[in-house]
Design a protein around this ligand. Structure first.
Ligand code: COA
Length: 156
């Protein structure tokens, strides 16, 4: 099977990113969150939101591709990793490559500590990659408060 490649996203990727995000959350976050919480989380998602994030929102999105399909993405803004999602069917294994690429990019920009709000299902993944727990927190999505864990990683 072909290797994953990583490249910067463009607004033309917005539809694929939005579809991938929804499929990833529905398949990989279920269990850590209820089906109701997940649907609330996804209620306001649309491709325009991804376009806006890249053009006006100050986010840099990196995508993983395999055989010309977008199979994962990581989003960074300032000192934060905003999102990291892989396609449940085609993207497993791209997560650590996207995380590495995101860390390289923020380090290149002079960031010394990378922060994120981890979904509960992703906490073991981030621990394995050197992130440390700071505190429990919540994010507001679709009128619901969803539990997350604030985590940080010093970048050397
Ligand atoms: C957290 C997340 C990004 C990790 O990405 P990932 O690609 O699964 O993580 P890794 O790169 O470590 O790969 C792990 C899995 O891929 C498999 N894998 C590794 N390389 C592979 C390859 N080349 N091809 C196929 N599978 C591969 C591993 O065996 C492992 O599978 P397992 O979990 O069944 O044992 C992903 O699980 C995800 O998108 N979760 C839902 C969204 C989410 O919660 N994101 C965090 C928001 S803060």
């Amino acid at each position: 099977m072909a290797a994953f490649t990583i490249r910067p996203a463009t607004p033309a990727d917005a539809e694929a990113l939005c579809a991938l995000h929804m499929a990833s959350v529905r398949a990989l976050c279920l269990g850590a969150y209820t089906a109701d919480e997940i649907e609330a989380w996804l209620r306001d998602r649309d491709p325009q939101g991804f376009r806006h994030a890249m053009t006006d929102g100050g986010e840099t999105i990196l995508v993983a591709e395999r055989e010309d399909a977008v199979v994962g993405f990581a989003s960074i803004k300032e000192t934060m990793l905003f999102g990291l999602y892989v396609d449940p069917a085609k993207g497993r294994g791209a997560g650590h490559l996207l995380l590495q690429a995101a860390e390289d990019e923020v380090r290149r920009r002079g960031v010394s500590v990378l922060s994120l709000q981890a979904t509960l299902n992703a906490v073991p993944f981030y621990r394995q990659h050197g992130f440390m727990r700071q505190q429990r927190s919540t994010v507001r999505r679709g009128g619901r408060d969803l539990a997350v864990l604030d985590m940080t990683k010093p970048l050397s």
